[in-house]
Write a protein that binds this ligand. Structure first.
Ligand code: ASP
Ligand code: MG
Length: 476
């Protein structure tokens, strides 16, 4: 389909009747010019509420569960009342009640079992997106736009890793052709749930927290869309987190690789897995602010006239550094590394940075703090014999650290840049614990003491000249 535009609205862009009206208006305006499909997140904070409700169900907390369900219902019913004319409310209210009773049914099951099976959790938590899609499609219809709410479980086919599933692109393309294309060809503006999918045999899955961006990218890729616009509540991709660096600037353009590195290293604006399906097909992405429609946002695309040097600095505070060291010659450092990586794979944990020393046969790696307990359990199991025999030293964990990443395609081959960055950090009296640079030379990752992290980010931002003036000098 020619000129297809996919637009994704995040939780804050769907957070109230007013916000849904804005999102709908943006969608309608674009749809006057070309085919549009919309992907929506749950209303802001709803996913957290749903997940918390399931924890309460598992714990047998009936009162807590009921209170949460009431909140969920009130929020959506109120939104429906505000959003739609009286005459159009009834079927939508019925839809809301149906979806909420579905949620209750699953939560009650968990309460009875005192368990929270991952696939039931995925089915339950996707109800947030289904509620949001229902409201948005109903509003579009009330505005005389032919629309339909579509559950992505009928389109996006994934593997069976519940809670963090990966799409299978070929069957997804097939299903999109069958279940979504006819709506677009019929002139409709479909509203599709973000975040969820289903296995080939129909078991509901989700793509991980913040996964609606990824949903939109998957759909853009399989439908060969001409563009993807991701609507959030910030002006685009920035040179740093403005809460840490007041002088941070919005970038006009970044490459797919830069945006992906920024997302993986802690920039919150995009789900890290979003860019891979788009980069393959060179589908341009815009990150835009639905609260500031006059701002152009950031364009993510192929490298063009990439400015030299660094483009942005990110940081992550909730991380932990795990160190392993062979005690003697019985176990080689390489074998130790292999065994540890195997354990990390089993724990389904993501390694943010690795550093090793062959002389001392030790190596350390950085993981998210929320994954630490799973990582430790997997390491202790995998290495139980080595630990029991004293072939390796006790595993050490340092939680008093933070990760800083400097990203830019233009850093490749710039001599002296790394030295300048390290010097800038040291001048702030911040201790550098580990340094890694991928072979792509796109990103330098630096692990520092936690209490020096923000200072280090500001120092690097200044040293690399990333303040607001980047905006004026960047090549469009
Ligand atoms: N609602 C889901 C979440 O909060 C997905 C998303 O917003 O992208 O994680
Ligand atoms: Mg998001």
């Amino acid at each position: 389909m020619k000129d297809l535009l996919i637009m994704k609205f995040g939780g804050t862009s769907m957070g109230s009747a007013d916000r849904i009206r804005v999102a709908a208006r943006i969608s309608m305006e674009q749809q006057r010019q070309r085919p549009v499909a919309v992907v929506v997140s749950a209303m802001s904070k709803v996913t957290d509420l749903l997940l918390e409700s399931l924890l309460r169900a598992e714990a047998g907390d009936r009162a807590g569960l009921d209170a949460n369900v009431q909140k969920l219902q009130d929020r959506h019913v109120e939104c429906c009342h505000e959003l739609l004319p009286k005459t159009k409310q009834e079927p939508v209210l019925a839809g809301i009640h149906f979806l909420i009773s579905e949620f209750q049914r699953i939560a009650n099951g968990m309460m009875m079992l005192a368990d929270r099976p991952p696939r039931s959790a995925d089915e339950a938590v996707a109800i947030g997106e289904r509620l949001a899609a229902l409201l948005m499609a109903a509003y579009l219809e009330a505005e005389h736009i032919h629309s339909v709410a579509i559950n992505a479980s009928s389109i996006i086919v994934t593997d069976a890793v519940f809670g963090n599933a990966t799409p299978l692109m070929t069957p997804t393309r097939e299903k999109a052709r069958r279940n979504l294309m006819p709506w677009l060809e019929g002139g409709a503006l479909p509203v599709i749930t973000g975040f969820n999918g289903a296995t080939a045999d129909g078991r509901p899955t989700t793509l991980g927290r913040g996964g609606s961006d990824f949903s939109a990218a998957i759909l853009a890729a399989v439908l060969d869309a001409s563009e993807l616009w991701i609507w959030t509540d910030v002006d685009g991709i920035m040179t740093a987190d403005p809460r840490i660096v007041p002088d941070a600037a919005v970038l006009d353009t970044v490459t797919y690789a830069e945006a992906a590195e920024l997302a993986y290293n802690g920039a919150k604006v995009l789900h890290p897995r979003t860019l891979a399906p788009l980069a393959d097909r060179q589908i341009p992405v815009w990150s835009k602010n639905s609260y500031a429609l006059d701002k152009p946002g950031t364009r993510i695309g192929m490298p063009g006239n990439t400015p030299g040097g660094a483009r942005a600095v990110t940081s992550m505070a909730n991380v932990a550094l795990v160190s392993l060291e062979a005690a003697g010659a019985e176990l080689s450092g390489t074998r130790l590394m292999a065994r540890a990586l195997d354990a990390l794979t089993r724990a389904n944990a993501e390694v943010l940075a690795v550093s090793s020393s062959s002389y001392r046969q030790n190596f350390c790696f950085l993981v998210r703090r929320e994954e630490l307990s799973g990582v430790m359990k997997a390491l202790e199991e995998t290495l139980s014999i080595e630990l029991a025999h004293g072939y390796i030293r006790p595993i050490s964990v340092d939680e008093n650290v933070g990760l800083l990443a400097v990203v830019g395609e233009g850093m490749r081959g710039v001599t002296g840049l790394a030295g300048r960055i390290f010097t800038a950090i040291s001048q702030e009296q911040v201790n550098i614990i580990a340094i890694t640079q991928g072979s792509s030379e796109l990103t330098i990752c630096i692990v520092v003491r936690r209490d020096g992290l923000e200072k280090a980010v500001r120092a690097v931002h200044t040293e690399c000249g990333l303040g607001r003036r980047v905006r004026e000098t960047a090549v469009p």
